[in-house]
Design a protein around this ligand. Structure first.
Ligand SMILES: N[C@@H](CCC(=O)N[C@@H](CS)C(=O)NCC(=O)O)C(=O)O
Length: 292
């Protein structure tokens, strides 16, 4: 389904496009922001640029990070496109879907729900990993700017969980992964327990298929090419919602190399933290996408 361009905004010499399209997976219109760097506009037939997909956290829309994450700063210098998907379907009308900020609208958790009523439309895993990139890469207007063979993924909090799990589930689909303050062991934290029991049911074996700390134990893809930043002043970290130590321990015990976890003194969960380190995460992706 073609993309409707709702707005075009100049940013760091490139352009941020606010797009909307109809999704088969969610059965709703989906908003998505696409940043194209200045290199996309230097000639009539520019080379295709690699792509970084950024997955947002709880309560977010495509706007939060495009407005204040500062990914465009370094992406513009290197010639990298950034895709900012939404965090859930909106407007399906499932009972209770807007009752809580950590479940339902704004909280799709990047899984395909199997429980009613959520299994109708709450299919953010299939949407983000497959439908959205396919739609962008084959789009008659935007597809000609994007290199479908060079894609990396990153994300924040719930989106960090999304980035890590989609990467671990789909070896070869992405060149690298990074995450800010990810929910790294959702089966063992209150946010994950609520979301997984709601979307997936009570079978904890099913939950393991969507938990980075469990998935990393079975990783056979070699060097993980993963960068994770966590702020030690992050209240969600202090409350045990993120559990990055569990991911580190699981990777170490499984002999998986290439996971760098950095604990950033005093930083919180906000975009002050994200904006401080977004250049590093763009550089990490760029290294594996052949830009550095
Ligand atoms: N609404 C929650 C906070 C949710 C939250 O911090 N969401 C993060 C992602 S996990 C976010 O990016 N929020 C949007 C923003 O800060 O712009 C609360 O009241 O504690």
């Amino acid at each position: 389904m073609a993309f409707e361009t709702k707005a075009t905004i100049a940013s760091f010499g490139g352009k941020l496009f606010k797009l909307s399209h109809n999704s088969t997976e969610t059965t709703t219109p989906m908003a998505v922001n696409l940043y194209l760097p200045p290199q996309s506009f230097t000639s009539d037939s520019p080379a295709k640029v690699p792509v970084l997909i950024y997955l947002s956290g709880l309560t977010c829309t495509p706007e939060n990070c495009s407005e204040k994450g500062f990914f465009q700063h370094r992406a513009s210098q290197l010639g990298l496109a950034v895709v900012y998907p939404d965090t859930s379907p909106r407007g399906l009308g499932h009972p209770g879907e807007t009752d809580a900020w950590d479940f339902g609208v704004g909280a799709g958790f990047y899984v395909d729900a199997i429980r009613d009523p959520w299994r109708r439309g709450y299919r953010m895993e299939s949407y983000v990993a497959h439908e959205l990139p396919r739609a962008l890469f084959s789009d008659p207007h935007y597809g000609r700017f994007l290199d479908a063979d060079r894609v990396s993924i990153t994300g924040h909090s719930m989106g960090g969980h999304g980035a890590l799990t989609l990467y671990l589930k789909n070896p070869g689909l992405y060149r690298s992964v990074s995450a800010f303050a990810p929910i790294a062991n959702p089966s063992r934290c209150p946010w994950g327990e609520k979301a997984f029991s709601g979307y997936l049911g009570d079978d904890r074996e099913e939950w393991k298929k969507h938990d980075a700390t469990e998935l990393v134990k079975a990783w056979k893809g070699g060097d993980l090419k993963a960068l994770v930043d966590v702020g030690t002043g992050d209240n969600f970290y202090k409350q045990g919602q993120l559990l990055p130590e569990n991911l580190e321990k699981a990777a170490k015990e499984a002999g998986v190399e290439g996971l760098t976890v950095r604990y950033q003194e005093e930083y919180d969960h906000s975009y002050y933290f994200m904006a401080t380190f977004s250049d590093d995460h763009v550089n990490h992706a760029a290294k594996h996408l052949g830009l550095l």
